[in-house]
Design a protein around this ligand. Structure first.
Ligand code: ZN
Length: 114
């Protein structure tokens, strides 16, 4: 079973970077967890947000966030619309379901007519 995080939204922040003190390089990224295996793909409601700086290429961890960054992240979290959590059944599953149905139908027909 594969767990992946897909990027749903990226927001450029206007705050100073706690690492390089540059302005305009901070990117807030919202990622949503997706679980996938051979039979289905499921979008979970688990959201992870992270900030990195494209100027100095550092990840800015929550412990380094200033009050300003905290506030803007909180605001963005409220504005953020996550993908609806859902599960898709893949083709492999449908083939299995179809085969099982045929076998069941076949058995019923055999029992009824023999
Ligand atoms: Zn930086």
């Amino acid at each position: 079973m594969d767990e992946t995080l897909i990027t749903v939204k990226e927001v450029a922040l206007n705050n100073n970077c706690p690492e390089c003190y540059g302005r305009g390089g901070l990117i807030l990224t919202f990622k949503q967890k997706v679980i996938e295996n051979q039979l289905y793909k499921s979008i979970t409601s688990e959201i992870k947000e992270s900030i990195h700086c494209k100027t100095c290429n550092n990840i800015v961890y929550p412990e380094q966030w200033t009050d300003d960054i905290d506030r803007i992240v909180e605001y963005q979290q409220k504005a953020f619309k996550a993908l609806a959590s859902s599960t898709y059944i893949k083709k492999t599953s449908w083939i299995i379901i179809a085969l099982v149905s045929i076998v069941i139908l076949g058995t019923i027909l055999l029992v009824a007519f023999v």
